[in-house]
Design a protein around this ligand. Structure first.
Ligand code: PMP
Length: 393
């Protein structure tokens, strides 16, 4: 039943590891403090590893939320009249389109049914027949539908037709596989409060050489705070362990970032991704035991970072306070089509490394379902979770 501090299992912000919490909670450092400079420099280096960008990837660490990263992407890459294609898999793809239109881009959307990802062939057809396009934008995992697009074929297609590929990894980075250098992605961005495992407040992105060149080639300069060229010397200085200033960095969050990235890389990124995938599969086994159906229509498009589930017949959002009463906070529906009929559970990053958090979540959902009149067996759900977690990598 209810504990004093509810377990935060929404799709971001997430529960923090003790190390990240301690780093974020220490007295703030100044932006030219040698310790801060070291943490900033190391974070830049570690981002290249987590993004798998290779040495030519340029990380940027900005104070702001994920939406700032979306704005930065548009402001640096898109000029009025540019044609761009948005692969629309939910609420956050809608937001990307809205931002791109504010930058006067000519946006073409490819929008499959809710719960699906579009076929690559259809996208190829549009790119080759309705172009020339400048860039393709996709949401790696859309947090409103739980749909994961296949990033690799999208990156390769963008390269093949000679356009930029930009991915919103806010609900994915460090929780889903993304090989920026190998696949040839041009920009991959996220926010601190998701699978990276920090409090909210940092917009994090890695730009490839072609993305930086596209900024270079612009006729007009972007607003100062959004401009990669304004931030480049700052990030280069920090990487060389030299003091620098454009606008005050979120120093406490940079300290937390250094720790958070180190924890992700502790046993290698591959091990973290496997833990994440196993946790997600175990959660899906528990949902199956509870006869809950998911919004994503197939296994291939189902994200590992969160579950977007449909309420069973006869049950509605009244389920959420019953889950909360059991000490676990989950989120309501977000995508307009399934807003009233779905709920969302985050299980990403640090939380995916905590079987006890996953068990408490399954117990709370199962207990709330039973209280709501569903004929489910909470013990069967917990057993399904635990056998899923016991599967060797
Ligand atoms: N993109 C995705 C996929 C998201 O999940 C979110 C936030 N939930 C955002 C963008 C926007 O991020 P923020 O709320 O941090 O501005």
């Amino acid at each position: 039943m209810a504990t004093s501090t509810p377990l935060l299992m929404i799709p971001g912000p997430i529960e923090l590891s003790p190390g990240v919490l301690a780093a974020a909670a220490a007295p703030p450092l100044g932006y030219v403090s040698p310790r801060l400079i070291e943490a900033f420099g190391r974070s830049i280096e570690r981002m290249r590893e987590v993004w798998r960008s290779g040495p030519s990837g340029q990380p940027f660490i900005l104070a702001g939320s994920g939406t700032l990263a979306m704005e930065v992407a548009a402001a640096n890459l898109v000029e009025p009249g540019d044609k761009v294609l948005v692969v629309n898999t939910g609420y956050f793809s809608d937001r990307m389109t809205a931002i791109l239109r504010r930058h006067d881009a000519e946006v073409t959307e490819v929008t499959p049914r809710v719960g699906e990802a579009p076929a690559i062939e259809g996208i190829r057809e549009i790119l080759t027949q309705k172009g020339p396009f400048k860039a393709l934008f996709a949401t790696h995992v859309d947090t409103s539908t739980g749909v994961r697009v296949p990033p690799e074929p999208l990156c390769r297609l963008a390269r093949e037709v000679g356009i930029l590929s930009v991915f919103d990894g806010v609900c994915a980075t460090a929780g889903e596989r993304f090989d920026m250098a190998e696949w040839g992605a041009d920009l991959y961005f996220t926010a601190s409060q998701k699978a990276i495992g920090l409090p909210p407040g940092l917009a994090l992105m890695v730009a490839g050489e072609r993305a930086l060149a596209a900024r270079d080639a612009r006729k007009n300069v972007p607003p100062l705070y959004l401009d990669w060229e304004a931030w480049l010397p700052i990030h280069r200085a920090y990487e060389e362990r030299k003091p620098s200033y454009l606008a005050t960095p979120a120093t406490s969050l940079v300290m937390a970032l250094e720790t958070g990235l180190a924890e992700i890389l502790e046993n290698g990124l591959e091990a973290r991704l496997e833990t994440q995938a196993r946790a997600a599969a175990a959660m899906r086994a528990a949902w199956k035991a509870l006869r809950l159906r998911a919004v994503p229509k197939t296994k291939e498009v189902t994200a590992n970072t969160l579950s977007v589930l449909l309420f069973p017949d006869g049950i509605d959002a009244g389920l959420l306070p019953r889950i909360a009463a059991r000490g676990v906070t989950v989120a309501g529906g977000l995508h307009p089509t399934v807003k009233a009929t779905s709920f969302r559970i985050g299980h990403m990053g640090y939380t995916a490394t905590r079987p006890d958090y996953l068990r408490r979540t399954v117990e709370a959902v199962a207990g709330a379902l039973k209280e709501s009149g569903a004929r489910v067996d909470p013990e069967e759900a917990v057993a399904a979770l635990e056998s899923g977690l016991a599967v060797p990598a």
